[in-house]
Design a protein around this ligand. Structure first.
Ligand code: UDP
Length: 238
């Protein structure tokens, strides 16, 4: 089956993707590798928006589990995503890729606020726009933030970079006969609670008809391969 063609994508990376082999924080070599993947996608002519999570530094739920006020902990989580966004910006610019960070929580000294029309201008000029601080509201995740920005920026697809090359009938690490779906419906993902992204994010993509492309970001060259319709992936669509 031929894959749809994409021009503008939103790439969602979890904070954990930035950790490398570590258990916490930012591994500069790993971040440089991710930046190289994005730079290659840019060079191939794709417009790239980026959303990074914060789970490698702080998750609101983890703070709440230890007795913190949930909203307070979530704001800390959102600040963690800004640190990751700045790390990605640094790595991309070291490769000569122009970028702008736009944060959903205003931070004038550090980055721009989220302004859709300005983000459009950046993309038109070939810049990668990194959206930080998720939705700017507690009780959400950066998955939902990614779906929201993908809709707002009229992205052709949301690329969810993971450590597996798509959605499988069962966990391929545990079940030897598990096979990968080439395509799967949003409703199936929601009904079977396949944990690709959180349900709010999946529903937002479904309602706005934005396919989610689940692929392995850890494999060098894979992002451009999937964009070119070659690499392994699962496309979640209506
Ligand atoms: N967060 C939030 N609102 C948002 C996005 C994120 O409150 O719109 C907080 C939340 O506490 C979350 C943390 O930021 O745990 C880090 O984001 P997330 O867990 O989505 O990161 P990822 O799992 O992708 O690394």
């Amino acid at each position: 089956m031929t894959r749809p063609k994409f021009k503008r994508i939103l790439l969602k990376l979890s904070g954990e993707a930035l950790m490398g082999q570590g258990q916490f924080g930012i591994d500069t070599e790993t971040v440089a590798g991710l930046a190289a993947e994005i730079a290659a996608a840019r060079s191939a002519g794709f417009e790239v928006c980026l959303v990074v999570g914060g789970g490698n530094i702080f998750r609101g739920m983890a703070g709440a589990a230890k007795g913190m006020d949930r909203a307070q902990a979530d704001y800390m989580g959102m600040l963690a995503t800004v640190m990751n966004a700045l790390a990605m910006q640094n790595a991309l610019e070291q490769l000569g890729v122009e970028t702008r960070v736009q944060s959903a929580i205003k931070m004038d000294q550090v980055c721009e606020p989220v302004i859709r029309r300005r983000a459009e201008r950046h993309l038109a000029k070939g810049r990668v726009v990194i959206f930080a601080a998720g939705t700017g509201s507690p009780y959400f995740t950066t998955d939902t933030g990614a779906a929201l920005r993908a809709a707002e920026m009229k992205c052709d697809a949301l690329f969810k970079g993971t450590s597996v090359d798509g959605v499988y009938t069962a966990d391929p690490k545990k079940v030897s006969g598990a096979t990968r779906y080439e395509n799967i419906g949003f409703d199936r993902v929601l009904a079977d609670d396949l944990k690709i992204m959180d349900a709010a994010a999946v529903a937002l993509c479904r309602d706005n008809n934005i396919p989610i492309v689940v692929f392995n970001i850890r494999q060098p060259g894979n992002l451009t391969d999937v964009l070119a319709g070659r690499g392994k992936a699962t496309i979640v669509k209506n």
